[in-house]
Design a protein. Structure first.
Length: 294
């Protein structure tokens, strides 16, 4: 590829629209929210204004974010996101392996089934899942039929397992696809050599397969964990107000509470956590000897 300096006109022609789009619709709003996170609602005639702000008044919003109630929600969000991510890994790894080792003519269909949920709006999928898990849904009714034998009924909706299940249901494809990409390019002769040299299936998996597919695992963990941190729809619909994650708190600040400065501060705290996770990913991938996931 030719150096961009020798084709400056072409470079700027192709790069300017994308750069303007990024600046106008991403960097500028992000900069405004950063300023807003250090601001407060304006006080006019002794009353707090709803839509006016006094800018750059201090770090009060960040101090509010270390409130014990907010910290507990952050911890809950991290814990639930970690559980959902681990569940996606445990479910997605064997599925990705099965797709890689199935007859080649069936792989496109299997991958199509994996990405098919993306064709449906997330809100519709969440409502559908809520119906299925509800007391009159297939899962809820079946569970109640079993527990009814022992004289009690259960309602999955509004519980932690419902939220975890919803997160796994939505983000499982984000785990399967990078795992499939890594496993599919794995040199199968390594596995055959390990087995021929007397290693068991478990030893081969732990000492050969798992290290070589680690980049795909790390990529899948990141692609699932980070979206889980900011998710609010699933916890709102399947968990209710007693099962809020930090995304619900942020959404409420920009919605009913109308406290944009505090919501902005929480958003940047969440962004900081995301950056920390990405740094960990970068470190692990740069010290991994796997086959890569890109």
């Amino acid at each position: 590829m030719e150096d961009w300096k020798s084709n400056g006109r072409t470079f700027w022609t192709l790069g300017t629209p994308a750069t303007l789009w990024l600046v106008i619709f991403f960097l500028a709003p992000l900069a405004y929210l950063l300023v807003l996170s250090f601001s407060s609602k304006a006080v006019i005639d002794g009353q707090v204004s709803v839509n006016d702000y006094t800018y750059l008044t201090g770090i009060d919003n960040y101090v509010r974010s270390i409130n014990p109630d907010i910290i507990s929600i952050f911890i809950r969000t991290l814990w639930w996101s970690a559980l959902a991510t681990i569940a996606c890994l445990l479910v997605g790894y064997p599925i990705a392996f099965a797709i890689c080792f199935m007859p080649e003519r069936w792989r496109p269909l299997a991958l199509l089934l994996i990405v098919l949920p993306f064709w449906i709006n997330l809100l519709i999928r969440t409502y559908a899942l809520k119906t299925v898990l509800g007391a009159r849904g297939i899962v809820g009714a079946s569970l109640n039929a079993i527990t009814g034998i022992f004289g009690y009924q259960v309602d999955i909706i509004g519980t932690t397992p419902a939220v975890i299940f919803g997160l796994v249901y939505v983000f499982l494809p984000f785990m399967i696809l990078p795992l499939y990409s890594t496993i599919e390019r794995l040199d199968k002769s390594y596995l055959e050599a390990s087995l021929d040299l007397g290693a068991s299936q478990l030893q081969t998996f732990m000492k050969v397969t798992l290290p070589l597919t680690m980049p795909g695992i790390v990529t899948g963990l990141i692609l699932v964990f980070i979206p889980c941190l900011g998710m609010f729809l699933i916890s709102d619909e399947l968990g209710g107000t007693t099962s809020w994650m930090i995304g619900n708190v942020i959404q409420s600040q920009f919605g009913p509470s109308n406290d944009w400065p505090f919501g902005s501060a929480l958003s940047f705290v969440l962004m900081l956590l995301t950056i920390i996770v990405l740094v960990i990913q970068w470190y692990v991938q740069n010290h991994s000897k796997g086959v890569g996931a890109s």
